[in-house]
Design a protein around this ligand. Structure first.
Ligand code: ZN
Length: 474
């Protein structure tokens, strides 16, 4: 069996990964707060832990991994969005949850086994909070319930801070009902305009941190293998999750391995609305950047290093993927049952890279070598394993899109392919005048169709491509 090594934030070391139960390897990753489109940085942990999920499933078996990623659907940002838009909270969270799933599918992320919504676990959160109060780790005050950080000796161990440093370094909310400024909210009161649930402390809603502790406990138990998220969550969110879970279930240790991905920048700068370099995954997809290109760029940097998104990297990734999706090179596997084929042919060097703390840039180098050497079985299986599904690559597979100076818009590619499909249908019905009309119309729009010996057709852009003429052909 492949030995997996993972960097554990808790011990600050790369360790051999040993599951608690190799028949049920359990991983929890903090998911999005659903009030808006996922920005590009949100895609990074999704892709990183998707690779880990694939690796665990490959090593321990597809049925022996439980991967949980939550949706935070109760949050003051959601309430604010509802108030400013005049729409209901339910509409906003349902819509943005769906957007998130679509955008993450577009970047090749498999869905986790469980995607719990916080609002479906309120009774479990209430019960965990009651337990914390009973054990002396939390107290109710003025409709709030607070976690008493001084009651947990190891508070701060994950991020390596002392409580005094945290008070000095953090902008903590000093509220009169807090015994210690670092005490954090488990439950807070709701007014008539804010979502709320009945509780022993009055009508209110949970704090953010308790939801992950409660859902992880419900779905994975008190002690599980891996907890992941972006390193911006290490403090206070993960520190607070540990405090809650370890105090509620002192017999266990919560997560054995803590993994954190580094942040994403754009052209060397922090992505921010004020710098004008803020964009969502959907913005890129709508500009015609295929999801596979986004994924490829993300995988080109190791997850523990800051990831710099640049136009240059995007263009290079697109060029590489075009080359890799040359149908003449990969046609050998187009009809093979993918899962069986892949299991047999995944390259050992690719596996070794991933098993070494998810060395995805190393795995991509191996893919380059496999392609160059013409080891197509290993290449295709390994590319698919990384979520770069060579032989069934929607965008690139449709035709042999020639190398171009300008990346073609995916909408254009889809339109051309639809028209080529219509032309093939006309030909098969012996309607040659219609087939010729489509071919000539495409040429008039600047797209030359070439028929191959096997009956399929490719196409290329020639001079004076005219999108308006192409539209008129539809
Ligand atoms: Zn969380």
């Amino acid at each position: 069996m492949t030995t997996i090594k993972l960097h554990n934030t808790k011990t600050r070391q790369r360790e051999v990964f040993t599951p608690i139960d190799d028949k049920n390897v359990r991983m929890y990753v903090c998911g999005p707060t659903v009030y808006d489109r996922a920005h590009l940085g949100n895609a990074r942990p999704v892709i990183v832990f998707d690779v880990l999920n694939r690796l665990l499933r490959h090593v321990y078996g597809n049925d022996h991994v439980t991967y949980v990623r939550n949706f935070t659907d109760v949050d003051d940002k959601i309430n604010a969005r509802a108030a400013e838009s005049g729409r209901s909270i339910g509409q906003i969270t349902a819509e943005t949850t769906q957007w998130f799933l679509e955008d993450m599918a577009a970047v090749g992320a498999l869905e986790p086994d469980h995607m719990p919504r916080a609002t479906a676990y309120i009774p479990q959160m209430v019960s965990m909070i009651e337990g914390l109060i009973a054990k002396g780790h939390a107290y109710a005050a003025e409709g709030h319930v607070l976690f008493a950080v001084e009651s947990y000796k190891k508070y701060g161990a994950l991020s390596g801070r002392s409580i005094d440093d945290m008070i000095a370094g953090a902008r903590v909310e000093v509220a009169p009902y807090k015994r210690n400024p670092m005490d954090f909210v488990l439950w807070k009161p709701s007014d008539a305009d804010t979502p709320g649930w009945d509780s022993p402390w009055g009508r209110g809603r949970p704090g953010w941190h308790i939801e992950c502790s409660a859902m992880a406990y419900e779905l994975l138990g008190a002690h599980f293998d891996i907890h992941g998220g972006g390193n911006d969550l290490m403090f206070p969110h993960h520190e607070n999750e540990i405090a809650q879970s370890c105090c509620a279930h002192p017999e266990s240790e919560f997560a054995n391995v803590w993994m954190h991905n580094e942040m994403l920048q754009v052209e060397g700068k922090k992505m921010s609305k004020s710098l004008g370099n803020f964009f969502t995954v959907r913005d890129l997809l709508d500009q015609g950047v295929p999801g596979e290109v986004i994924r490829f760029v993300m995988l080109s940097t190791h997850y523990r290093k800051p990831m710099d998104w640049t136009d240059k990297k995007r263009d290079e990734a697109e060029k590489t993927l075009r080359e890799w999706n040359n149908p003449d090179r990969i046609s050998i596997v187009s009809d093979t049952a993918a899962s069986e084929f892949d299991r047999k042919h995944i390259d050992n060097d690719v596996m070794d890279c991933l098993a070494e703390d998810l060395n995805t840039p190393g795995a991509i180098s191996v893919l380059h070598r496999l392609f160059k050497d013409g080891n197509m079985e290993q290449f295709v299986a390994s590319a698919r394993y990384l979520g770069l599904p060579a032989a069934d690559f929607e965008y690139f597979r449709k035709s042999s899109i020639p190398a171009m100076t300008e990346p073609i818009n995916v909408m254009v590619a889809n339109t051309v392919n639809d028209l080529i499909g219509a032309r093939a249908k006309a030909k098969s019905e012996r309607n040659f005048s219609e087939a010729d009309r489509i071919r000539d119309g495409l040429l008039g729009a600047g797209i030359r169709v070439t028929d191959r010996k096997d009956g399929t057709s490719g196409w290329e852009l020639v001079a004076d491509f005219d999108p308006a003429k192409l539209e008129a052909l539809k």
